[in-house]
Design a protein around this ligand. Structure first.
Ligand SMILES: C[S@@+](CC[C@H](N)C(=O)[O-])C[C@H]1O[C@@H](n2cnc3c(N)ncnc32)[C@H](O)[C@@H]1O
Length: 466
């Protein structure tokens, strides 16, 4: 393996999108891990840069990462780089002629693009930059419309739009290999989705979650707080079988009030299955059912390859579970009277996360991943607040800022062993460190100064029939 890599491994340049900065590294690492490849950046790696140079990969590795990534825009086989055009020239002239020859010979057709980050160049300046590369040994014919090979000169003018340098900070030249999957953000936008709700997860983030979870073809993925199934849509796109549960009957059955402007009630076919059908992945749909995530309804086995979810924080949806603080008369066999109407009570955030980790430890396969969002009150955030479990290892923890004082963190954990009886308890977070403990302190802080009335309304104790 090592020797075949030393023959075929080259340096590759990834051009990354400059949004969702925190999510990029775990995404690329997870996609490389799917090919059992480590993330080996070149020296002076800067995570914030739009350009990452990676070692010890093959073209196949890079193509498979780009077939999944929504954080990476394009990938190039790197032929040369430098802090100036003169350094680039030296670097390119030192690049192996054997490695260049399949792409520069007489019969080949090619095109050279110029890409600048944080600066717009005039057309004439771009042409000048291409002309200045005349020292490269291209013998083929230029074809602007349908070239066999595309090359790119990439210039990095830093990340500060208020301080754009005259000359680039760094320049690269390489052979284009593939583009990433940014197009999925548009094609799967919730704006044009058949069935949506108030909390439907954004398409880009859904694909990022799927990638962090290392979802692959024929996996079985579960979302315990499935809502309108946005995460199932993303997982099914990458070939996974999907299923989910939600406590809300109307959501699961696609009934009730519509979340769309100008539409009062949901239409006859507004449901999760129809969403998958819209994107041509209906065959990956296993099922969804009405169920309370706080209750054990699954047989005791490692059933899922990944659990990906967006639990309710009580911000735009209620956090409730079945049951009551009050004593409700039950028959001796544990069943309720016929006249019984299920009641619900507040589902505290601390319990939601403890239950989710416990459930994942029980029902993930070893090596399977749990990916979920954790709401955070930023002034008080510290890493000890991340819920933990003895069977789940923290893989990544990425912040998405929501306001000056709130954010949510995308947590990825991997199951490392099967649970023993005491594992759940041993992993319980110290209540003093947990803002999610006891009553819903987080929600009160989130709403403080924002919307005190709706916070109070949502924290009422028992609500019959909801
Ligand atoms: C943030 S939303 C999920 C949105 C979903 N990712 C989507 O794209 O539509 C949380 C969901 O959890 C559900 N929920 C709340 N409490 C629950 C419980 N105890 N068990 C299962 N689902 C619950 C809510 O009905 C809501 O649909």
């Amino acid at each position: 393996m090592a020797s075949s890599c030393s023959r075929t491994c080259l340096q590759y340049l990834l051009h990354l999108a400059h949004d969702n900065l925190d999510f990029r590294l775990p995404e690329i690492k997870a996609l490389l891990a799917l090919r059992a490849k480590p993330f080996l950046p070149c020296e002076n790696f800067n995570e914030q840069s739009p350009f990452w140079c990676l070692n010890s990969l093959t073209e196949e590795d890079v193509r498979s990462v780009m077939a999944r990534s929504v954080c990476a825009k394009s990938a190039f086989e790197l032929w040369g780089r430098g802090r100036t055009h003169s350094e680039l020239r030296t670097s390119l002239l030192n690049y192996s002629p054997e490695k260049m020859s399949p792409y520069v010979h007489k019969e080949s057709t090619y095109r050279i693009n110029v890409y600048t980050f944080n600066k717009t160049l005039l057309f004439a300046d771009r042409i000048k930059k291409i002309d200045a590369l005349e020292y490269l040994p291209f013998e083929g014919t230029v074809s602007l419309k349908s070239p066999q090979h595309i090359f790119c000169l990439l210039e990095d003018y830093g990340t500060d739009p208020n301080n754009i340098p005259e000359h680039p900070n760094y320049v690269y030249f390489g052979r284009w290999i593939a583009d990433g999957q940014r197009e999925l953000i548009r094609s799967h936008s919730v704006k044009s989705r058949h069935f949506i709700g108030n909390t439907s997860m954004d398409a880009g983030l859904s694909f990022i979650m799927t990638n962090h979870a290392k979802v692959k073809e024929n996996d079985l993925v579960f979302d315990p707080f499935v809502g309108t199934g946005s995460l199932l849509v993303a997982c099914s796109h990458f070939g996974a079988y999907v299923c989910g549960t939600d406590i809300d009957y109307n959501t699961i059955h696609g009934k009730g009030r519509s979340s769309r402007k100008n539409q009062k009630w949901r239409g006859p076919d507004e449901n999760i299955r129809a969403n998958l059908r819209q994107y041509g992945t209906q065959k990956m749909y296993v099922d969804v059912m009405v169920s309370d995530a706080s209750k054990p309804v699954w047989r005791n086995a490692a059933l899922f390859d990944a659990i990906i979810t967006d639990p309710p924080y009580g911000i735009r949806e209620s956090t409730r579970k079945t049951g009551s603080h009050k004593d409700i008369a039950k028959a001796p066999d544990g069943s309720y009277a016929d006249s019984h109407v299920p009641v619900s009570q507040a589902y505290n955030l601390s319990d939601i996360f403890a239950d989710l980790l416990h459930f994942s430890a029980q029902h993930l396969v070893v090596g399977g991943r749990l990916v979920y969002w954790l709401p955070v009150y930023r002034p008080e955030y510290c890493e000890e607040m991340i819920p933990h479990h003895a069977c789940l290892q923290l893989v990544s923890n990425c912040e998405q800022t929501l306001s000056s004082h709130t954010s949510r963190r995308l947590i990825t954990m991997e199951k490392i062993k099967e649970p023993k009886e005491l594992d759940g308890l041993a992993g319980a977070p110290d209540p003093r460190c947990s803002p999610y403990h006891g009553h819903n302190a987080f929600r009160e802080k989130y709403f403080s100064g924002l919307n005190k009335r709706s916070s109070k309304e949502d924290t009422r104790a028992d609500v019959d029939g909801k």
